[in-house]
Design a protein around this ligand. Structure first.
Ligand code: THU
Length: 136
């Protein structure tokens, strides 16, 4: 396991501690690493109107955009409470794709479980993606 990968997973786990998840009690953390070495994190933010809840990955991507980032996404770690490996939901895959596509990268996604990390490219999780270029 590489030091970079370890550090990103630790950042995601630490971020999950700030989750606001009183409804599901399922805290999720996401950490995005950029080509310049910067790391941007997020955690899920739930709402009493459940469908309005924000996922950890989406929060992290929104933070990155608001810091002025437009591409350069090289790796993502996702961690969660529970006993299974967690993979980004469909909406988060699309949200991650927008940021990655701006810099023409295909980030590695570290999907973490209690004793296991599954590594996948975003393009494997979201093949034939719709993106900025699809608008013509
Ligand atoms: N959740 C995430 O933060 N990311 C995902 O990719 C999947 C689900 C959150 C949303 C909700 O707050 C909780 O996990 C249970 O679905």
């Amino acid at each position: 396991m590489s030091a970079d990968r370890d550090a990103l997973i630790v950042a995601a786990r630490e971020a999950s501690e700030a989750a606001y998840a009183p409804h599901s009690r399922f805290r999720v953390g996401a950490a995005l690493r950029f080509v310049d070495g910067a790391v941007v994190t997020g955690s899920n933010v739930e709402n009493a109107s459940y469908g309005l809840s924000l996922c950890a990955e989406t929060v992290a991507v929104a933070k990155a955009f608001n810091e002025g980032r437009r591409g350069g996404l090289v790796a993502v770690a996702v961690t969660a409470d529970g006993n299974e490996v967690v993979t980004p939901c469909g909406r988060c895959r699309q949200v991650l794709h927008e940021l990655a596509d701006l810099g023409r990268t295909d980030p590695l996604i570290y999907c973490c479980g209690p004793g296991e990390v599954r590594e996948m490219r975003l393009s494997e999780l979201l093949p034939e993606a719709f993106g900025p270029g699809s608008l013509g």
